[in-house]
Design a protein around this ligand. Sequence first.
Ligand code: ADP
Ligand code: MG
Length: 403
Amino acid sequence: MSSFLRLTDLAARGALAGKQVFIRADLNVPQDDAGRITEDTRIRASLPCIRTALEAGAAVMVTSHLGRPTEGEPKPEDSLAPVAARIAELLGRPVPLKTNWVDGGVAVAPGELVVLENCRLNRGEKKNDPALARKMAALCDVFVNDAFGTAHRAEATTYGIAEFAPLACAGPLLAAEIDALTQALAAPARPLVAIVAGSKVSTKLAILQTLAAKVDRLIVGGGIANTFLLGAGLPIGKSLAEPALLGEARAVGEAMRARGADVPVPVDVVTAKEFKADAAATVKPVAAVEADDLILDIGPKTAATLAEMLKSAGTIVWNGPVGVFEFDAFAAGTETIARAIAASKAFSIAGGGDTLAAIAKYGIEKDIGYISTGGGAFLEMLEGKTLPAIEILERRARDPQGS
Ligand code: ADP
Ligand code: MG
């Protein structure tokens, strides 16, 4: 269990009544050209934190980044105005938007909620400027980080403010992410099976290396499996692979074998001659891959064997589709894996942009133990890194006076 203060504990202790509470949320939602919100999952996911603070009698400020603004140069499309309007709609109460909040100050009464304009418009936000962070910290009694998606970055609203605020704690969403990852990786029910797939070894090499020291089985798929096949001396034709990383891939396999664990490589594959949605798909044993073939999915035998392994797992960590699941002819492997995870009694955790798209495609959200919304932060946790935003909350819990 990670040791940081939690908003829910402070609320239960009555420690928030009448306090100024500053929430750093992740409200970075997609918008269309007219600025309309096209998908509001992140706003909805942030409501429990906001509600907890309001119901505990706090005066609540919430901010987030939105898009990629230039610091100090506000443009209309950078505004959190549509987000404030959506929160107002969802909570059924007025939610004013406050601009120039760092220097202008914020007046908010207990039981009220204001949205503070896009925090990445402030000069010094991304570089975690201490002068900016101190001004932000001076606005509040309690700082709450509920933005797991930016926890791998040390910025003024994710790090510096947590150093200088009187109290710093984790919001419910951030705490849930850390708890799920801790359950999966720190003291997992065994066997612990990880599926690391997707397009490239280079983007996930650190994850493969870290997991190789922890997991009982490391299932590889996609372009990553192709590189492992190449390492095993098998033909892969024109498939996506990274020959420059063959040595690293072999070392991962050796590290696993040295622990009596293994990295099963596909025995059969689905190939095409072209990378196209309507390309003809051919199932073949991996040894029969031709020089002009592209491996675009694992084959049915491989998928069935892997599904069987997932059935008996105690914990499953999943990142990366095992094939080009966007093309229906090459989606069967990913679907089989997804359904096996859904059916397994194991505690499962999944994350990654395309992995979430696959989970949505097969409608298995409810059957996954925990779906991380973290993207880059989730991947860095799998790499075994301590995320800066978590590190500072833990330090403040050990040493409440801070710096
Ligand atoms: P995530 O976003 O979940 O971390 P990645 O971005 O690493 O996953 O990889 C997902 C992409 O990998 C998908 O777009 C998928 O089409 C692609 N992919 C999977 N298998 C293959 C393959 N054999 N050849 C080429 N691309 C693949
Ligand atoms: Mg991706």
